[in-house]
Design a protein around this ligand. Structure first.
Ligand SMILES: Cc1cc2nc3c(=O)[nH]c(=O)nc-3n(C[C@H](O)[C@H](O)[C@H](O)COP(=O)(O)OP(=O)(O)OC[C@H]3O[C@@H](n4cnc5c(N)ncnc54)[C@H](O)[C@@H]3O)c2cc1C
Length: 476
């Protein structure tokens, strides 16, 4: 049986930063990634080809409930960072304090996290557009301005000279490789073997059908909020695992206006944050297939989708939900069963979010706006908004999310937490969970910056506990 010092399961935001931190400090590190190694820039961002190659289940995943909520995850080297929009926020002090109070998380302050975020921002070239934002962003900003709502350009991990988003394959994974980490794609960790309370080996299924056992001193579980919980459950690690899945449920609407000028390969970068962190309005990628998905439930339908060009834009409103989801593993099935219960108050907030979304898109100058709900009608005046909001019942709503987290909560309170303040399992030695699973509750911001900062903090804590000095955080 092959043996490594540190095994990292998953190569997304959590796994890539963990591997880079460990490898740079001289720890022998093996990263196992279930998905393929596609390489950045192979497919147009948000295209169907990319969905087939780099999304889990070609982008078709659902959390069952009333309403069901579709969600998306990456499944490739680099994880969801290869397919996402690149919008960056650093975790706020209020967020960190909330976790400290609510979950007894220790040693989590903005003074401690600030320098880690500084390094991430440097390494990913987090920046705003050098000149002005694209038209589809300016469109949303103009609507907000007319209503007197605060909106802002959200910076992104982006190299404006090359036009490339700075995903994990271009940054932390490349850095980890240079420092000796091995990254193996097409390698699914079926389960962890536990011997007398300590995780000792992983059972790995390779894409060519080979099954291998790999021993380790420590495993960092970084498969994303749904898959990390599922892996722990398959391995018999159950206490407080998979019971507190959180998310940002999201509604969409399609706006039609010559002013939008959608770019199918990019997303708007403006967010209306007047109602943040509980409610955020922004823009989504828009091309014919995505437009078809947004219009499918509506009265407009998809027959004329190919007639629409850059004058159509998909926009969204997301809320921070206090609802909780569950992840269950089902014997004989590879995919876990995911459910989510949306509380009544949250559903009312989603209706109000839809109302505000329609309002800002009309204020921006849309000729027509269509709420993406079953039977949604095109509207052109504020007076028609209440009817569309009322139309959005639990059965008519069409909800989605791209932000899932919190399935393996961290903190010192063992009654509610699965891992300690630095991600180490309360139940089994040798397991550290280091991805979106430990982000305690929907953060109300785009989460990747928080996931990365926590992962680096925890990997450094692991090193210093063993007397190893972490390397400089900033890439040379
Ligand atoms: C379409 C989309 C848009 C988004 N936009 C933004 C944005 O603009 N800004 C932002 O901050 N966040 C955004 N996000 C969210 C952000 O990408 C995630 O919060 C972040 O990537 C989570 O990191 P993670 O390490 O937990 O999981 P991921 O990055 O998803 O990585 C997990 C990896 O682990 C692999 N894996 C899972 N299980 C196993 C196993 N058993 N064995 C081996 N490998 C396994 C998966 O295949 C995957 O590659 C977006 C997400 C999506 C899907």
């Amino acid at each position: 049986m092959r043996h490594v010092d540190a095994l990292v399961v998953g190569s997304g935001a959590g796994g890539a930063t963990t591997a880079a931190t460990l490898a740079a400090a001289g720890v022998q590190t093996l990263v196992l990634e279930e998905g393929p190694d596609v390489g950045p820039g192979t497919f147009r961002q948000f295209s169907q080809d990319q969905m087939r190659a780099q999304y889990r289940n070609r982008g078709q995943l659902v959390a069952l409930g009333l309403p069901p909520i579709t969600y998306a995850e990456g499944r490739c080297v680099g994880g969801s960072t290869e397919i996402n929009s690149g919008l960056y926020h650093r975790p706020s002090q209020a967020l960190l304090e909330g976790w400290t109070r609510g979950w007894s998380v220790v040693d989590l302050t903005s003074e401690g996290m600030g320098p880690i975020s500084d390094a991430i921002e440097h390494n990913l070239n987090v920046s705003t557009f050098p000149d002005r934002v694209p038209t589809a962003s300016a469109f949303l900003a103009s609507g907000a301005q007319r209503l007197g709502w605060f909106s802002t350009e959200v910076p992104r991990w982006f190299d404006h000279a090359t036009g490339r988003r700075q995903s994990m394959t271009l940054t932390y994974l490349a850095y980890a490789r240079e420092r000796g980490a091995q990254i193996v794609s097409g390698a699914w960790v079926r389960r962890l073997e536990i011997d007398r309370g300590r995780a000792v080996a992983a059972e790995v299924e390779h894409s060519d059908g080979r099954v291998e056992r790999i021993g380790f001193d420590v495993v960092f579980v970084c498969g994303g909020a749904v898959q990390s919980a599922a892996l722990l459950l398959r391995s018999g690690v159950r206490r407080n695992v998979g019971r507190t899945l959180s998310m940002h449920p999201t509604v969409k609407a399609v706006a039609f206006s010559d002013l939008i000028g959608s770019d199918p390969s990019d997303v708007p970068v403006t967010q209306v944050r007047e109602f943040a962190p509980d409610m955020t309005i922004g823009g989504s990628a828009t091309d014919a297939p995505l437009l078809a998905l947004a219009l499918l439930p509506t009265a407009v339908g998809v027959d004329r989708v190919l007639d629409f060009g850059p004058d159509a834009g998909i926009y969204y409103a997301a809320i921070r939900s206090s609802g909780r989801g569950r992840i269950r593993v089902v014997r004989g099935m590879r995919d876990p069963l995911v459910t989510f219960r949306l509380p009544t108050d949250d559903f009312a907030r989603l209706q109000s979010a839809m109302g505000r979304l329609l309002m800002v898109l009309l204020a921006a100058g849309s000729e027509q706006v269509v709420a993406s709900v079953h039977g949604g009608q095109p509207i052109s005046s504020d007076a028609q908004i209440p009817a569309e909001v009322t139309r959005m019942t639990r059965r008519a709503a069409d909800l989605m999310t791209v932000h899932v987290c919190s399935s393996v909560p961290m903190g010192e309170d063992r009654e509610i937490c699965a891992v300690d303040s630095h991600g180490a399992s309360h139940e089994v030695a040798g397991v550290i969970v280091n991805d979106a699973s430990i982000v305690n509750g929907a953060p109300g911001i785009n989460p990747q910056g928080t996931v990365m900062a926590l992962a680096i903090r925890n990997a450094e804590h692991f090193l210093t506990q063993r007397g190893v000095h972490p390397a400089a955080r900033e890439f040379a």
